[in-house]
Design a protein around this ligand. Structure first.
Ligand SMILES: [Zn+2]
Length: 191
């Protein structure tokens, strides 16, 4: 029999670290509730024609698209960037739409940086329902702000993700986060 030093034995028996994940089981309501992939009944098509941007958490309207807070976020400040047109394929986007989606992404990243100071971001597009697209008929880009340690024990033991800020509060902060606005208010208070 070979005896190992305790520290070495512990190291060998230690479960390898698994990659950290953002669990989002609450999104099933979103997936189930958005089966219709036609323009009629499409969330993105509906809110772009609404005048209630604050209620819909529509953040910025560009020339060819817009940004909106995800109602079923992976994390605080989870943004969706979508073209106005109801298209589901990358190849269907015009050059102007691509450019505007990038401009809107830049705008979203700047707002998130000013308000939430994330440590990093995940940007991505889910193409097709099998790839995780909740609304496959209307292409959209995800921006998920990330913080070191934002995956904790809650999603694992309670199948619950803690979103520490309400959508209304996050929307209000991001909407009015224009460059220099916060500094101006602090430096020149009204008397
Ligand atoms: Zn649509």
């Amino acid at each position: 029999m070979v005896w190992l030093p305790l520290a070495k034995a512990r190291k060998i028996l230690q479960t390898p670290k698994s990659p950290k994940r953002l669990w989002a089981p609450w999104r099933i309501g979103y997936l189930v509730g958005t089966k219709n992939s036609s323009a009629r009944g499409c969330f993105f098509c509906r809110i772009q024609h609404s005048a209630l941007d604050a209620k819909n958490h529509l953040l910025t309207r560009g020339r060819r698209g817009f940004s909106v807070l995800n109602r079923f976020p992976y994390n605080n400040g989870h943004l969706l960037i979508a073209p106005y047109r109801h298209v589901g394929r990358l190849g269907s986007l015009t050059a102007e739409e691509w450019l505007d989606l990038l401009e809107l992404s830049k705008d979203g990243l700047q707002r998130l940086k000013r308000v939430m100071s994330p440590h990093g971001y995940n940007l991505g597009i889910n193409l097709g329902r099998s790839a995780g697209a909740g609304i496959p008929g209307h292409l959209h880009l995800h921006i998920v702000p990330r913080w070191v340690g934002d995956t904790n024990f809650m999603p694992i033991i309670a199948e619950m993700k803690v979103i520490s800020q309400s959508l209304d509060s996050a929307y209000s902060s991001l909407k009015w986060s224009r460059k220099g606005h916060a500094k101006k208010v602090r430096r020149k208070p009204r008397h």
